[in-house]
Design a protein around this ligand. Sequence first.
Ligand SMILES: Cc1cc2nc3c(=O)[nH]c(=O)nc-3n(C[C@H](O)[C@H](O)[C@H](O)COP(=O)(O)OP(=O)(O)OC[C@H]3O[C@@H](n4cnc5c(N)ncnc54)[C@H](O)[C@@H]3O)c2cc1C
Length: 596
Amino acid sequence: MLSSLVAVLPLPIIPLKRGGAVREQNDDPIETCASDPHFNYAQGTSKWRTKALWLSGNYFFPPTYNNTLLLMSTTFEIKLPPTDLHDPEALRRAVLRQGPLPAADVGEIIIERRSIDARSSRPVFRMRVSVLGPKETFTPEAPVMDAYGDVSEKPAVVIIGCGPAGMFAALELIELGLKPIIIERGKDVQARRRSLRAIQQFGTVDPDSNYCFGEGGAGTYSDGKLYTRSLKRGNFQKTLNILAEHGAQSDILIDAHPHIGSNKLPKVVANMRATILRCGGEIRFGHRMTELERDDKDIQALIIRDAEGETYRLEAKAYIMATGHSARDVYELLHRHNVRLEAKPFALGVRIEHPQPLIDRIQYRQPEREENLPASSYKLVTQVKGRGVFSFCMCPGGLVVPAATAPGEIVVNGMSLSRRDSPYANSGTVVAVELEDLKPYEKHGVFAGLEFQKDVEQRMFKAGNGSQAAPASRLTDFTKSKISKDLPDTSYIPGLIPAPLHQILPQSIFSRLQQGVQDFGRKMKGYYTEEANVIGAESRTSSPVRIPRDQMGYQHPDLPSLYPCGEGAGFAGGILSAAMDGQNVAQAVKISLLSR
Ligand SMILES: Cc1cc2nc3c(=O)[nH]c(=O)nc-3n(C[C@H](O)[C@H](O)[C@H](O)COP(=O)(O)OP(=O)(O)OC[C@H]3O[C@@H](n4cnc5c(N)ncnc54)[C@H](O)[C@@H]3O)c2cc1C
């Protein structure tokens, strides 16, 4: 009843959160709501959902999408063949043919959402479009950055770690009128490139500057996928807007599976740094938190070692700990000072690399990928002996990279460029590790998972040749517990070495992967092939340790000025969720400082 009422409503009126249609004549009942003093743009549109609107003599609850108010009379879904993706005329024709509006009522067309539907014989783009009337104009929303002022003289908050959690916490603090001081052990994005080259070419891992440590954290030289299952944990639209305002391609605002790519991310990160500095925040590269001072009640100060090796004391009212899940020394430091930590489940396995054209043929059912179709991806999951086995962090058209953070270990991960045009598709393929699986490591207490991870990474290194060349196997040999005679081509620059992965991996992991990948082959015909490489080890999926915090105030339960944040604290798993966690923590800091 409601949907039929909405469908016949002739009003194309959309006070969108991300900008909106403004009617020339102010006879629009929604105008009244838009100027409603209870409507809070900063908090999104949740109040809209409980507000009935007066339209054409009837009350109804307006549909919303991505925190955006939409009316079905002007918003609908269309399909476009890939060849028409960049053709505005084809888009208009599709709107007229597939939408409910006569040509005279169709003005500007706004694409709200875009995804690929590969279920039919020919893949299509599905788009949710909002159509404005001929006399309506689209008003873009004010940039988030407009809310940033000068905070140079405001109370300081210390953030340890310049990854997504730390950077987004800093921007949120600025918006809230507080001064962020970021301490980052690694280098800025430009200088960091040299460290990455040293890993790739010479196998030399700098423990302070690598694929995980440095400006932008682990997110900078990554695939830059921007989706998360924890959308409810924060304002993801605001996070995407901030990235777009700092130079990320605007496609991320509409794509169902947005990604940025490693060629663009460093620039975006450098622009975010410029914003933080311009507003009076500070970022200290090459500075590492090495110690802390505490009493029974709280932290008194952090001890920082600068790039020249000098140490200094840093005092603040709040310390945001956003050091990521690879900073093992930080967990050890906290443990040494009796800061309560908890062990948590995680996942561990391998990275599997296929030729991208093979994955495209399977997913798109085309001999060759059609123009404008992106490199295809997959998501696979199965259960083996009571544990989940699943693909993780898929990088279509990407590269496998060495992501170790210390000499003597091998860790692999995946990244891609914005065009995702490498001839390889790689994906982490991992097994869930529960705390009860860590019995042999029990003596390490809260660090059982961390020691298990470390063990696997060091065994991978020992199976190699002393460089960052990674142990590997053909997928079909892997399941037969055989060492491969030779290996398919790879994107992994340090190179691969045929190795007995079935012996190097813990049996509990290997046996599940062995069956899991064969299950995947049954679900996705063509996946199980000798053309694929299995590469060890994908061990840094998420943190094996949690730094606990209060659910409301985000403070450590024993130390009120300590705010565990992001992936390293165990409250995020990816760029977007870490960024949103940073924003939430910054808001909690502000509330706490106000109440003191
Ligand atoms: C190669 C690769 C590809 C990835 N691809 C994706 C992807 O496509 N999509 C996605 O969502 N996620 C991806 N991830 C995961 C994602 O990058 C992380 O989830 C995210 O960066 C976590 O953010 P964070 O801010 O919590 O921690 P981090 O990004 O790990 O940042 C922590 C920062 O703290 C600094 N630090 C640590 N210890 C100290 C100390 N003692 N003193 C000072 N500074 C310190 C580190 O140098 C680091 O810069 C990828 C990760 C890697 C390694």
